[in-house]
Design a protein around this ligand. Structure first.
Ligand code: NAD
Length: 460
């Protein structure tokens, strides 16, 4: 199935019509926002199977994995926004200093306006629609740009969104780099981008020309430290799961392991055990093991597989977009696998003797999107204090994304801006500060010729 590039005239039309629609003020009404969130939920409920089928076609995700890591995350987000929207959108009083008496002060959330949401291919449904929930809830309009690589999902989302929403409010624009470049030449009030750090820089540069604020949800090398105090079997199960959901094509997958040398052997054995339990002896036969997005992604893994000793797995098949869950030890110096974000099911396992050694390896990379630590609370505190990362889990992987009461996002090269739950509402809103001053009195202190200045200075 080939996705057509949306024609540039059509893009102009949509952008223009969304500007006019936002100006009409309709998207700002709370009643309208709530009704549209409900339309979105109903649309997904009605098309759950179609969405899961598209995800199966794009990435061979099982229904169970699609439901847990894509569809249900969006349900949770919509439900929270429907429940809290009235509360979040209220004016919030703040204190007013005495010298401003009798004025009062508050902040009021206002929608930012016309927004552009650009999604990657790895969670092509969730990463397109979850930010949209924030846009609707805050009263914005949205243009959605799915990834051209997750064809089936992009095609389906185009169809469903067009059927259920007016394009002057929410529209899907399909295509690859030329379309995205054309879109980035338009003026928006917010660009919400999820994707690679390299393209994040292009987005930030384009946005700067219009002084458009951006949210950049990017990637990086997320380390996973396993201390000698860790509960090894549980650690292995949680790491093996976090690394192999979506065949490792997860922005917050543990990228590489740093294990204390005294427990390396037992960790590897436990990881093997977990992988066999999840996917059987031959992961290719498993109904629960996804595929790589395209041939090129398999070929990238083939390069990594030559850069160490394979302790488990190692089989690939580019025609079938298959890469076996693979444990890699004895990594060669200067290996690419330790320089680039892996974004596949290859897990390098490095050892350390002292925490200082582990930190030295982590610090060779930019600030990661996630940091995982397995071990006791005392060392967790030390390490978390020394490693800056977008998010973190102690004795777990991935699960910080599952709590919509926690903000999600990167730091430094792994991104800027946050979303999920209230953070999404905040991200798509401007919190305007307002001072309201009654007119029944007008104190003279601030006005020239500053007759009471000496007295005022003593009080301030
Ligand atoms: P990508 O950056 O290649 O593509 C993302 C989007 O940008 C796509 O819609 C694509 O069409 C567009 N694009 C690509 N090249 C472009 C260019 N030169 N100019 C303008 N637009 C362009 O990312 P991807 O390969 O789809 O996704 C993988 C990356 O995304 C990984 O680095 C991963 O860590 C990251 N990611 C981050 C998160 C997060 O929440 N932080 C989530 C998922 C993926």
């Amino acid at each position: 199935m080939n996705i057509l590039e949306t024609d540039s005239n059509r893009i102009d039309e949509i952008v223009q019509s969304q500007r006019l629609f936002f100006k009409s003020g309709q998207s700002t009404e709370i009643k309208f926002r709530l009704s549209q969130l409900k339309v979105l939920k109903k649309l997904i409920k009605k098309n759950e199977i179609a969405i899961a089928t598209a995800l199966k076609e794009d990435l061979n995700k099982s229904f169970e994995e699609s439901f847990l890591t894509e569809i249900n995350i969006v349900y949770q987000e919509i439900d929270l926004h429907i429940k809290k929207l009235k509360h979040w959108s209220r004016k919030q009083s703040v204190a007013t200093p005495w010298f401003m008496w009798p004025s009062s002060s508050y902040t009021e959330p206002m929608p930012l306006g016309n927004t552009l949401i650009i999604a990657p291919w790895n969670y092509p449904f969730q990463l397109l629609i979850n930010p949209l929930v924030g846009a609707i809830s805050s009263g914005c309009t949205a243009i959605l740009k799915p990834s051209e690589y997750a064809n089936s999902t992009a095609y389906l989302m185009d169809k469903l969104i067009t059927e259920h929403f007016e394009t002057n409010y929410i529209a899907v624009i399909n295509g690859g780099i030329p379309t995205n470049t054309y879109l980035l030449n338009q003026k928006f009030d917010l660009i919400f981008f999820t994707g690679s750090t390299a393209v994040g820089k292009i987005v930030a540069q384009s946005a700067a020309r219009f002084l458009t604020p951006t949210v950049l949800e990017l990637g990086g090398k997320s380390p996973c430290v396993v201390d000698q105090t860790a509960q090894i079997e549980t650690a292995a199960r949680r790491i093996a799961w976090g690394k192999t959901i979506n065949a490792g094509q997860t922005c917050i997958a543990p990228d590489y392991i740093l294990v204390h040398e005294s427990v390396q052997k037992s960790l590897i054995e436990a990881l093997k055990h977990s992988l066999v339990k999840f996917y059987g002896e031959d992961a290719k036969q498993s109904a629960f093991y996804p595929r790589m997005i395209h041939r090129r992604a398999v070929e990238r893994m083939d390069v990594f597989l030559k850069e160490g000793k394979i302790a488990y797995g190692g089989t690939t098949n580019a025609n079938e977009r298959f890469v076996e869950p693979t444990l890699l030890t004895d990594i060669l110096p200067d290996a690419k696998v330790m320089q680039e974000e892996i974004f596949g099911p290859v897990l390098p396992i490095l050892t350390y003797r002292t925490i200082k050694d582990a930190l030295e390896i982590i610090e060779q990379h930019e600030k990661p999107l996630a940091f995982y630590y397995f071990g006791n609370d005392k060392s967790a505190k030390t390490l978390l204090g020394q490693v800056t990362s977008g998010g973190a889990c102690i004795n777990d992987t991935i699960m910080h994304i599952a709590n919509d009461h926690l903000p999600f996002g990167g730091v430094g090269h792994s991104g800027s801006g946050k979303y999920h739950g209230y953070e999404s509402f905040k991200t798509f809103s401007h919190f305007r500060p307002v001072v309201s001053s009654p007119t029944y009195i007008d104190l003279p202190f601030r006005y020239p010729p500053f007759k009471y200045f000496g007295w005022l200075k003593k009080l301030l």
